[in-house]
Ligand binder design. Structure first.
Ligand code: KG4
Length: 334
């Protein structure tokens, strides 16, 4: 079975061809980082215009690299939501048109389901049930996964997503977008104990996140140092901020595993390519006797391979699309 995956929910245009559920024949992605970097974040209108230019060449390149003709494809899987509406519409409309002219069945995929299932693109795979922490520029959520199509939302951010907090802190320190990878690089030479930034635990046993206070706390620290004419210790600020953010992500994920009595933990989303998060989660899971599964970095960030894989599992789950189907901006996973 050959599945063509298409992803355009935010600022990456991606397509992939997956054979059955385990052989990735191609995975192509064009990033828009160069376009958005001077604005310090994703500009939705520019993102959708750029998807329009990229979608046809990216899909063709995925088919070429896989050495597959469109007529050989058995299923088209496309991200239906959540994301930026204009961006989603480009991939979604293109996939609908492809399906309409070829007669290939079309399935809509929730982007979050793609991130949760991306670990099944790897050789070492978890057993159900597992706890999934999905952390990206648009979300920070904890799910319980009971099967390939059954997920329960246990907690989510009440304000900024973790990646958004990394990007905003990077911006206030003068770094370009996306700031997450730059902060984590700077943090390597910094002291994580240099500045005590707040950990937002919220109510007892809450699995929700809140990162806007942490971001404001970094801003206040910088302003105080500037008023005293003290040069900013950039590496220390990055390391201390990163530690505050990651400690909360790790401890709440482990709390979810304990409360749900689940032994496996899975990471997904762009922030899970952060080396400190991977290391700290690994260490804490070992201490708590939990098994940890992390996809390779290119499967953590947005990609179309995870959409193709999720599409295969959801095709029998009433997720087939018609011409009248539409995109959505809030996740359908509750
Ligand atoms: O999942 P993703 O590719 O898609 C979006 O949500 O757009 O995640 C991108 C996010 C950005 O906020 C980026 O700054 C963050 O993931 N990110 C990181 C790292 N690499 C990417 N955050 C922290 N540390 C990293 N190494």
């Amino acid at each position: 079975m050959l599945t063509l995956g298409i992803e355009s929910s935010c600022d990456d245009t991606a397509a992939a061809v997956l054979k059955d559920t385990d052989t990735l024949l191609s995975s192509v992605l064009t990033s828009q980082d160069q376009i958005h970097t001077r604005f310090g974040g994703v500009v939705p209108e520019l993102a959708s215009r750029s998807h329009l230019e990229a979608i046809v060449p990216v899909v063709n390149e995925a088919l070429n690299r896989a050495d597959i003709r469109l007529q050989e494809i058995d299923l088209i899987a496309v991200t239906q939501g959540p994301g930026l509406i204009g961006s989603l519409l480009v991939g979604f409309s293109y996939a609908k048109a492809l399906s309409c002219v070829t007669g290939i069945p079309l399935v809509g995929v929730d982007h979050m389901a793609g991130h949760i299932l991306s670990v099944f693109l790897e050789e070492t795979q978890p057993e159900f049930p597992f706890i999934s922490l999905v952390v990206s520029g648009g979300t920070s959520s904890i799910y319980r996964a009971d099967s390939f199509t059954s997920f329960s939302l246990l907690g989510r951010t009440r304000d900024d997503a973790a990646g958004e907090a990394f990007d905003k802190v990077a911006k206030l320190l003068g770094f370009p977008y996306p700031g997450g990878p730059i902060i984590s690089r700077e943090a390597e030479s910094g002291d994580a104990d240099a500045i005590t930034f707040p950990r937002s635990w919220l109510e007892k046993e809450s699995l929700d996140f809140s990162f806007s206070g942490l971001k404001t706390s970094v801003l206040n620290h910088c302003n105080r140092e500037k008023q005293k004419n003290i040069p900013l210790q950039i590496a220390d600020i990055c390391a201390s901020f990163q530690e505050a953010c990651i400690e909360v992500l790790v401890e709440k994920t482990l709390l979810a595993a304990t409360l749900e009595n689940v032994n496996s933990v899975v990471l997904g989303g762009g922030v899970s390519s952060n080396p400190r998060l991977r290391h700290f989660m690994n260490q804490r899971c070992a201490e708590e006797d939990k098994k940890l599964y992390i996809p390779r970095p290119s499967h953590c960030t947005d990609n179309a391979a995870m959409i193709a894989l999720a599409g295969i599992h959801f095709q029998n789950n009433d997720s087939s699309l018609s011409l009248g189907s539409d995109v959505y901006c809030r996740s359908s996973l509750t």
